[in-house]
Ligand binder design. Structure first.
Ligand code: PEP
Ligand code: MN
Length: 348
């Protein structure tokens, strides 16, 4: 860190700061400009920099290294590529994960899986444990939902991502899922993150509703520090003063995180906007911005969905979007999997 002293700081105040930094284990480089002293503190120091910031005579303390280590590009300059069977996340291909917000019944899960497979998605999404704002809303089907999701994913050669909300669910969710999703509301559930550090399956960590990018990376650090190095970060919109959209989809987070971290960055334009008519535009923007994957809600009958119907795409809208993304991705040196079956005109 760099400690900038006030113009009128006394020598005694400077020496007191230096003494505390030395006690914290830093090596000190002191320089005196025309009217103020600047102290560089380097090395493996410990202790809270805020303690220096509140000392007499200190103007400001500037941090020069990031507090997350394992998640940072300094620690690992090359991109992390997560491999699940024949799917590689973080490589040249933009991997698309799609499916309904929730598993509701066998027919709905199966019809949604058929639709997303046909359009070229490689990973099926769907929630069996749902974090809902209201305790009276549909909470998910639990293990029955997991069974339906797994069966349809297997039938259509799709990998499966689904949310785990609490430590007690990890065991059961990892029996069915290929990727464990941590929802926005749980981004700072540190005991859950710690337990996920012990799991040997990839984790997709959503950004919290009002989390800064640094807080988000610190949460990833919990999982990495626990020993699980397969973490991907998902931008899903943050809460702002704007009310035309459900959340404000922070496209700029994609290049920012990719510069700071080696972890794959996934974009979720469905929760990011909350409105079906805005999802395609933000998905296109996310691919153009360089995301490594997309998480999109697609439902076989969104008008009757039990959760998030208003932001879920109809299958034919998803077909159309995938076709557009296949044109955008090559412009930035990326690719998107081709559709598996010719369009048949599902839904609207
Ligand atoms: C979801 O993916 O359906 C979900 C609940 O996401 P989030 O945690 O981003 O709200
Ligand atoms: Mn949802």
């Amino acid at each position: 860190m760099v400690v900038v002293m006030q113009e009128r700081a006394t020598e005694a105040q400077v020496e007191a700061v230096v003494a505390q930094l030395l006690e914290m284990g830093y090596a000190i480089h002191r320089s005196s400009g025309a009217n103020r002293v600047v102290i560089g503190a380097v090395g493996g120091g410990h202790g809270d920099p805020a303690l220096i910031g509140v000392r007499e005579g200190v103007h400001e303390v500037l941090r020069i290294s990031v507090p997350y280590k394992l998640a940072s590009r300094t620690f690992k300059p090359e991109n992390t590529v997560i491999t699940i069977g024949d799917v590689r996340i973080g490589g040249d291909e933009v991997v698309v994960m799609a499916g309904p917000c929730s598993a509701e019944n066998e027919a709905q899960v199966e019809a949604s899986a058929i639709a997303v497979k046909r359009a070229g998605a490689k990973i099926f999404r769907g929630g069996a444990f749902k974090p809902r704002s209201s305790p009276y809303s549909f909470q998910g089907l639990g293990e029955d939902g997991l069974k339906m999701l797994r069966a349809s994913a297997d039938r259509h050669d799709l990998k499966l991502i689904t949310e785990v909300m609490e430590i007690a669910q990890i065991e059961i969710v990892q029996q069915y899922a290929d990727i464990l999703q941590v929802g926005a509301r749980n981004m700072q559930n540190y005991s859950l993150l710690r337990e996920l550090g012990k799991v040997r399956k990839p984790v997709l960590l959503k950004r919290g509703l009002s989390a800064t990018i640094e807080e988000w990376l610190m949460s990833a650090e919990y999982i990495l520090a626990g020993g699980n190095r397969e973490v991907m970060l998902c931008e899903r919109g943050i809460r702002t003063f704007e009310s035309y959209t459900r959340n404000t989809f922070d496209v700029s987070a994609i290049p920012v995180v990719q510069q700071l971290s080696h972890l794959p960055v996934i974009a979720d334009p469905s929760h990011g906007t909350g409105r079906r008519d805005k999802v395609a535009a933000m998905a296109r923007a996310a691919v153009a911005a360089g995301c490594d994957g997309l998480l999109i809600e697609v439902h076989c009958d969104p008008d009757h969905a039990q959760s998030d119907g208003a932001q879920s795409l109809f299958p034919n809208q998803f077909d159309q979007l995938m076709a557009e993304l296949r044109i955008i991705a090559p412009a930035i040196g990326r690719s998107i999997c081709v559709a598996s079956v010719a369009r048949r005109g599902w839904g609207r």
